[in-house]
Design a protein around this ligand. Structure first.
Ligand SMILES: NC(=O)c1ccc[n+]([C@@H]2O[C@H](COP(=O)([O-])OP(=O)(O)OC[C@H]3O[C@@H](n4cnc5c(N)ncnc54)[C@H](O)[C@@H]3O)[C@@H](O)[C@H]2O)c1
Ligand SMILES: O=C(O)C[C@H](O)C(=O)O
Length: 333
């Protein structure tokens, strides 16, 4: 069996971590032949709660889990880690937009960028989940200059999973019959869930474009998009807490595909540094269609962007530029 890898989860006493840690420890992400050491980072007042999480992980009796290190010290939490799930941050409440969290949360990601820079492996893969995820990831990378920017990403996989399920339910097929949905831009209500290139294996076994199979452009351009854009808020309104089980599953999906690779004929959505592809602003963390292989991601090129899509891509670009400016100002305070 392979040597254990080190994986840190921040916000380890919180609700997303509670679902995520079990998936990590039982091999759902790094594989059933990959032992791991779990580093659980939270803040000092949460150490009692975190101790309960450690007891539960031990009581799961999972053969791949070789070590659990609970800590409030980032130097210990980030020491020599191979993968980092940056979850720890304040969640929004009903009536807030995710960018309303920026002033409170972005400093966490500045400090954690600095700690990653000093203590993590230079090959570490970083997934930012804490909101506003795209801009927090950008700030984290900025303060970790010794780690390649390509090693930082933010999560839009939950939006992809939501979009895929909306389409699958409408067509009465299992969710994995739907592929090549793209989430463009920010993990916010300006994101653009795009089915222009998506395909589905229909109930009769035929592969069709989603557009043809749905045959209702008004729904695709209207309710479908707004349902996905506003799904996080709908979960908060219903649960009085933000999504956790589905967020943890999406975080696991994101890292699994980055670590192990995506099928050649398909793609997934990840927010990564824009290189200007599809006329998006260079240097913001923008969600693109990507393919992963050997631990590296690559933006899928050559997709057609029509006038409807262009407008949507530009709206979310503008928001990301504004968030970047605000975040940089907060970090200078
Ligand atoms: N990108 C996405 O799709 C997505 C989906 C769901 C939730 N989120 C975001 O994830 C974040 C966490 O959500 P949650 O429901 O788990 O929240 P939670 O309040 O249940 O848990 C957050 C945890 O983070 C800890 N924390 C705070 N500051 C910390 C720091 N500096 N270092 C380490 N830990 C710290 C808290 O003590 C708490 O235990 C929120 O910002 C939420 O908005 C993002
Ligand atoms: O909506 C939120 O604030 C939580 C999360 O980002 C989500 O999409 O469910």
């Amino acid at each position: 069996m392979a040597e254990p890898i080190r994986v840190v989860v921040t916000g380890a006493a919180g609700q997303i971590a509670y679902s995520l840690l079990y998936q990590l420890a039982k091999g759902d992400v790094f594989g059933d032949q990959q032992p791991l050491s779990l580093h659980l980072l939270d803040i000092e007042p949460m150490m009692g709660v975190l101790n309960g999480v450690v007891m539960e992980l031990q009581d799961c009796a999972l053969p791949l889990l070789r070590e659990v290190i609970p800590t409030a010290d980032p130097a210990v939490g980030f020491k020599d880690v191979d993968a980092a799930f940056l979850v720890g941050a304040m969640p929004r409440k009903e009536g807030m937009e995710r960018k309303d969290l920026l002033a409170a949360n972005v400093k966490i990601f500045k400090a954690q960028g600095q700690a990653l820079d000093q203590h993590a492996k230079k090959t570490v893969k970083v997934l930012v989940v804490g909101n506003p995820a795209n801009t927090n990831s950008l700030i984290c990378s900025k303060y970790a200059p010794s780690i390649p920017p390509a090693n930082f990403s933010a999560m839009t996989r939950l939006d992809q999973n939501r979009a895929q399920t909306q389409i699958a339910n409408r067509l009465g097929v299992p969710v994995n019959n739907v592929s090549k949905i793209t989430i463009w831009g920010n993990h916010s209500s300006t994101q653009f869930p795009d089915v222009a290139n998506a395909t589905v294996v229909t109930a009769s076994g035929e592969t069709k474009s989603v557009k043809d199979a749905i045959n209702d452009q008004a729904w695709l351009n209207g309710d479908f998009i707004s349902t996905v854009q506003k799904r996080g808020a709908a979960v908060i309104a219903a649960r009085k807490l933000s999504s956790a089980m589905s967020a943890a599953k999406a975080a696991a999906d994101h890292m699994k595909d980055w670590w192990n690779g995506t099928p050649a004929e398909s793609w997934v959505s990840m927010a990564v540094f824009s290189d200007g592809s599809y006329n998006t602003p260079v240097g913001v963390m923008y969600s693109f269609p990507v393919r992963c292989s050997k631990g590296q991601w690559e933006i899928v090129q050559g997709l057609t962007i029509d006038e409807f899509a262009r407008e949507k891509l530009d709206v979310t670009s503008k928001e990301l530029i504004e968030e970047r400016e605000e975040a940089l100002a907060v970090c200078q305070d």
